[in-house]
Design a protein around this ligand. Structure first.
Ligand code: APR
Length: 234
C-alpha cells in the first residue's frame, strides 16, 4: 500500500494511560470512582458546581503533571513527516498531543481552559476553579471547565465529517468505542473507502469494524505503526 496521503487518527484515554492519566472504563477507571450524572452533565453543574469544579481541578492538576509518552511523540513525528496530511481528532481533554508537538482537534474540549457560559469567553483556567471564580471578561460566575459534557454537542463536527469523507487511512487509538459520535467515525471512514486500523490493548465495542488490528500498549504499538507507515512512504 502506498503511503496514505490523508490520515485521520482518533485518540482516546488509552493513549494517555501510560502517561499516568486514568482511563474512564477500565477496571477502577474514572467512571468507577465518580458517577457521570454527578460530575459530567450540565444538570450536575447547575445542581452542584463546586463538586464539578473539584472533579475537574483534580484532573487538571494530574494532566498538568503528566508528560507525553512514546505514542504521543510518534504521532507528532508522523505529522511532521506528512505536513497537512495527518489530522488528529482527540476525545482526550489533556494537552499531551500539544506537549508532544502535535496539532489536534479537541472534540471534547480542553481541561486547561475555562469557558464563560454567559459571554462565551475562553481563557487558561486557574489551577483551582470554584463557583466563585469570575469570568475575566464579563465577571459572570460560576464559570465552567471548557469540556464537553454528556448531552452536549462535541466541537469541530463539521470539520471532522469532511476529514472522514476524504481520508484514505483511519486509525483509532486507545478508545473503547462506547461514546458517540466518535465511535461512529470508523463507519464514515469505511464509507469513504479508507483503510481502517485499531490500536488498543484489547478488543473494543467497535473492533469488528476495523480491517486491521494492532494489539498492545500504545507506547509500543503506536511507534511501531508509525515506523511502518514512514517506511512505506520511503
Ligand atoms: N494502550 C492502548 N490502549 C489502552 C491502554 C494502553 N496502555 N490502556 C487502556 N487502553 C484502552 C482500553 O482497552 C480501552 O479500550 O483504552 C480504552 C479506554 O476506553 P475509555 O476509558 O472508555 O476511554 P475513551 O474511549 O477515550 O472514552 C471516550 O467517554 O467518558 C467519555 O468524554 C469521555 O472522552 C471520553 C469518552
Amino acid at each position: 500500500m502506498a503511503a496514505p496521503d490523508r490520515i485521520v487518527i482518533l485518540t482516546g484515554a488509552g493513549l494517555s494511560a501510560e502517561s499516568g492519566l486514568g482511563t474512564f472504563r477500565d477496571k477502577g477507571g474514572i467512571w468507577a470512582q465518580h458517577r457521570i450524572e454527578d460530575v459530567a452533565t450540565p444538570e450536575a453543574f447547575a445542581r452542584d458546581p463546586a463538586r464539578v469544579h473539584d472533579f475537574y481541578s483534580q484532573r487538571r492538576r494530574q494532566a498538568a503533571a503528566a508528560t507525553p509518552n512514546p505514542a504521543h511523540l510518534a504521532l507528532a513525528r508522523l505529522q511532521r513527516a506528512h505536513p497537512g496530511s495527518v489530522a488528529i481528532v482527540t476525545q482526550n481533554v489533556d494537552g499531551l498531543h500539544e506537549a508532544a508537538g502535535s496539532a489536534a482537534l479537541h472534540m471534547h474540549g480542553r481541561l486547561a481552559d475555562a469557558l464563560c457560559p454567559r459571554c462565551g469567553h475562553r481563557w487558561p483556567a486557574p489551577p483551582e476553579m470554584t463557583p466563585q471564580t469570575p469570568c475575566p471578561a464579563c465577571t459572570a460566575a460560576p464559570v465552567r471547565p471548557d469540556v464537553v459534557w454528556f448531552g452536549e454537542i462535541p466541537h469541530h463536527m463539521e470539520e471532522i465529517a469532511a476529514l472522514l469523507d476524504a481520508c484514505t487511512l483511519f486509525a483509532a487509538i486507545g478508545t473503547s468505542g462506547q461514546v458517540y459520535p466518535a465511535a461512529g467515525f470508523v463507519s464514515a471512514a469505511q464509507d469513504s473507502g479508507a483503510h481502517t486500523v485499531e490500536l488498543n490493548l484489547t478488543d473494543s465495542e467497535i473492533s469488528a469494524a476495523f480491517a486491521e488490528h494492532r494489539r498492545g500498549p500504545a507506547s509500543r504499538s503506536v511507534p511501531d505503526w508509525v515506523e511502518d507507515l514512514l517506511q512505506k512512504a520511503r
